[in-house]
Design a protein around this ligand. Structure first.
Ligand code: ADP
Length: 150
């Protein structure tokens, strides 16, 4: 059984995240979406709401699970017996950060990171811009996975 975690803050989970998980399902048998939950980090959506959005998105996909965690991401991977970390790469701006974390995690535990390039139609979508639009009352349904309402 090949299991990966897909870790992130997901404030909120967007159609860009959704697309990475769907594509990841052709590589992995199971993907555990891990919502990083840091008490000191202020988020727009509560941990319960972030979890509910992801559950709605994958209601018909039993190979996708969702959990929250407040530890190091790599410790979360080990705690769910995942040998892989799945991440998405939007731009060169994401690259150095992702490489540093991936190298550190592999050095510490042997867990490999698998990075998928974002589909170009989603590469401009970010949780940050989605939150900004929400705060100005805009309709952001096109930025969310299908069948998700917030
Ligand atoms: P983090 O705080 O760990 O960066 P995010 O919730 O912002 O968490 O992102 C989680 C993962 O999803 C990261 O690998 C990020 O690069 C990827 N990601 C973010 N937005 C998109 C997008 N539009 N398309 C594909 N991947 C994305």
């Amino acid at each position: 059984m090949k299991r990966a975690i897909f870790p992130g803050t997901f404030d909120p989970f967007t159609i860009g995240h959704y697309s990475i998980v769907l594509r990841g399902l052709s590589i992995f048998d199971e993907i555990v979406i891990g919502i990083g939950h840091n008490q000191s980090k202020k988020t727009l959506f509560s941990i319960e709401k972030r979890m509910e959005i992801i559950q709605q998105a994958f209601a018909d996909e039993p190979r996708v699970k969702v959990q929250s965690y407040d530890s190091l991401t790599i410790d979360f991977a080990l705690s769910v017996d995942a040998e892989f970390v799945l991440r998405g790469l939007r731009s060169v701006g994401d690259f150095e950060y992702e490489r540093t974390i991936a190298d550190t995690n592999r050095k510490l535990t042997g867990v490999e990171t698998v990075i998928l390039f974002t589909e170009s139609e989603y590469s401009y979508i970010s949780s940050t811009v989605t939150r900004d639009l929400i705060s100005y009352g805009k309709d952001i349904s096109a930025f969310l996975p299908p069948h998700v309402t917030i």
